[in-house]
Design a binder for this molecule. Structure first.
Ligand code: TMP
Length: 212
């Protein structure tokens, strides 16, 4: 997969799958090949988008409607795509992003029940043709993931959801992976960290490092 622009790699999964550790590993794998890259996240990645992230994650006194949540996610993404992701890719640097639009299909679509076509319309409006070149989906039983996430200091608005919500999110991720096998790789995140890392490296070698 040779392009003048950088490649766009996203990492997805429910809470507690180990995204941060594995994103750090992906960065090391790229740097070992002298590939310049940045790591960013969604919601977030720019000053304004990080403010929107705060609004989305903090527990609100006023119930957040599903549509408000969806529009806030895409408002943050519009800023992130135009201000950071596209300019970085066009400079030839790679972008590793902790979550992207698959999270919207999984959380707002699978989890909250918003129709796929509504999300697809906003996706087209905000991203145009921009899509990840590779998406790594870390898959884990929500009971294990949530137990890990609950060991952290305090739970955000999403982490306070019932396990049934995360079962739906996980199912949606697996459906995305089945529908787009060229773009998505599922990695079993219940395995030992060294095994997870070597499976990620293998996916990078096969899909974006041209076998190196
Ligand atoms: P995290 O990045 O720390 O995992 O937290 C971000 C939270 O935001 C996570 O619970 C998933 C949620 N989220 C959505 O609901 N929709 C989205 O499109 C994105 C990017 C994240």
């Amino acid at each position: 997969m040779q392009k003048d622009t950088g490649l766009f790699i996203t990492v997805e999964g429910i809470e507690g799958v180990g995204k941060s550790t594995n994103i750090e590993w992906i960065k090391q794998c790229l740097e070992a090949r002298n590939i310049q890259c940045i790591v960013t996240r969604e919601p977030g990645g720019t000053l304004l988008a990080e403010k929107i992230r705060q609004l989305l994650l903090e527990v609100q006194e006023e119930p957040v409607t599903e549509l408000s949540e969806l529009l806030l996610v895409f408002a943050a993404r519009a800023q992130h795509v135009e201000r950071l992701i596209k300019p970085t890719l066009s400079q030839g640097q790679w972008v590793i992003c902790d979550r992207f639009t698959d999270a919207t299909y999984a959380y707002q679509g699978g989890g909250r029940g918003i129709h796929r076509s509504t999300i697809a319309e906003l996706e087209l409006l905000v991203q145009g043709q921009l899509k990840p070149d590779l998406t790594i989906i870390l898959d884990l039983d929500p009971a294990i993931g949530l137990a890990r996430a609950q060991q952290r200091a305090s739970l955000d608005r999403f982490e306070q959801e019932e396990i049934a919500f995360f079962e739906k999110v996980r199912k949606a991720y697996l459906e995305i992976a089945a529908a787009e096998p060229e773009r998505c790789v599922i990695i079993d995140a219940s395995q030992n960290l060294d095994v997870v890392k070597s499976n990620i490296l293998l996916a990078l070698q096969q899909r974006v490092f041209n076998g190196e």
